[in-house]
Ligand binder design. Sequence first.
Ligand SMILES: Nc1ncnc2c1ncn2[C@@H]1O[C@H](COP(=O)(O)OP(=O)(O)OP(=O)(O)O)[C@@H](O)[C@H]1O
Ligand SMILES: [Mg+2]
Length: 298
Amino acid sequence: MTMPETVTSALPLLRVRGLSKRYPTGATALSDVNLDVPAGQVLALIGPSGAGKSTLIRCVNRLVEPSSGELSLAGRSLAGLGRRGLREARRQLGMIFQEYALVERLTVMENVLSGRLGYTGFWRSWLRRFSGEDVAQAYAFLERVGLSGYENQRADALSGGQRQRVGIARALMQDPLLLLVDEPTASLDPRTSRHVMRLLCELCRERGLSAIVNIHDVALATRFADRIVGLQKGRIVYDGAPAGLGAAALTAIYGEEDWNAPGTTDAGQTEPPPESVPSVSALPAARPAVSYSRAPAT
Ligand SMILES: Nc1ncnc2c1ncn2[C@@H]1O[C@H](COP(=O)(O)OP(=O)(O)OP(=O)(O)O)[C@@H](O)[C@H]1O
Ligand SMILES: [Mg+2]
């Protein structure tokens, strides 16, 4: 029997209950966080440095082990997963992190195709034998993010904005349910930041994808996201529509400031990102890059 549509659509894609995280150093990063993210929603997570934004999205993909609380994705608990369960869950989570960077010595196309690593067997991926379908899909995503013609360029020859576009295409190759995005615009100029944020949100809407976008730029968050969640010292102090994020809410999140003064919500650039830890480098970077052409490989 199929579930009535009202019941099905009421189920959140991501459900977070009573999530707390205390690091071994004693820092309490999250305290009793409750959050439901419905399918298709772009949620911007804002808050001052140290508020727990990165910790929250890292708890979702289990890069950080929660101290307590429950997390489930599409009705499936993310707690107590073995290696295999974790691998399957991570396929459904597209990550676009500053430090989850591109593999510098590989081409744009290889970086994008590496989004399929969770689906491709180890030897096939080591031999770089991706299916013709995957290659065609990668071309389509590169075109969509505005990088047609860059397929065989090495990642280390790209600008910051181009790199983020490659990261977005790579995440989409995973065919995820939820995108976890940590400061996508932190090192970009204002115009490029806007283009990247717009692209990200448009793609989510086109594909019915949900996203949690951790971002310092409040103006960008309110312009493009469907919902704003404000964290302060590990607790949610605002959860609502972008339009409701007035001076009172900004004070609750960031502290006292004249929020009505011109430009106060536009500042938002953060410290430069840490140098890359390319966790997708299951492909040995020392091997020469492989060129791809439009004729799909078999
Ligand atoms: N690996 C870690 N070990 C110990 N403490 C940590 C660790 N990572 C984060 N913290 C602490 O947890 C708190 C929340 O950090 P988190 O990085 O989640 O904040 P954030 O909101 O992402 O900040 P930013 O905007 O600067 O990126 C801070 O007090 C931080 O010092
Ligand atoms: Mg952070």
